[in-house]
Design a protein around this ligand. Sequence first.
Ligand code: CA
Length: 223
Amino acid sequence: MRVLVVEDDVSIAEPLTSGLERQGYTVHWVATGADALNAPEADLVLLDLGLPDLDGQVVCRRLRERSNVPIIVVTARSDEIDRVTLLDLGADDYIVKPFGFRELAARIRAVTRRASPAGDAAQPRPVLAAGPITVDLRTRRVTVDDAEVELTPKEFDLLAYLAEDAGAVRTRDQILRAVWDANWWGSTKTLDVHIASLRKKLGDPDLIETVRGVGYRLVDGTR
Ligand code: CA
């Protein structure tokens, strides 16, 4: 697996790179936002927000505009970045400096497990259907009325979770626990932001129904 490390601080980048390589990752390290945008495609991006040339948030958004690669943002406490803003930019997770390697490794595993189709290969029902929507858990492809829809990893996970039991109401807590690490995505706005963007991409806001005060429900086949 190829990891793009975007970090201008050598004292962080060097141990990070060697630690990741010991875990078997192929690491491509760049120190500027410009180099990050010119780097070869990776399977995961670790993105420091405080870069010498470009604003890390801009780099995050541009990376997200062109691919669905999982992005973990690395922030200093002083960055005081809003979690919802990070989500809007397309980040999948973030980690605050200073962090331990074990914590980072766990986050990488969580993000890539969600993004990787390989782990789902043995599931008995790899394609979920709900109304006009199909969700292929193995290939992580989504179609609406047979047209493919491009989703970010989080949007996919959210839709897949709702589609596992279309027609049933999933509470906000259930969704946050299943799709996000409940211990760090504190803001419930996070969920609303993702639902809004999912509705937009699915092309019909009625496909995901808001159950006021409870949660959300994906349409079942009877629409
Ligand atoms: Ca920095």
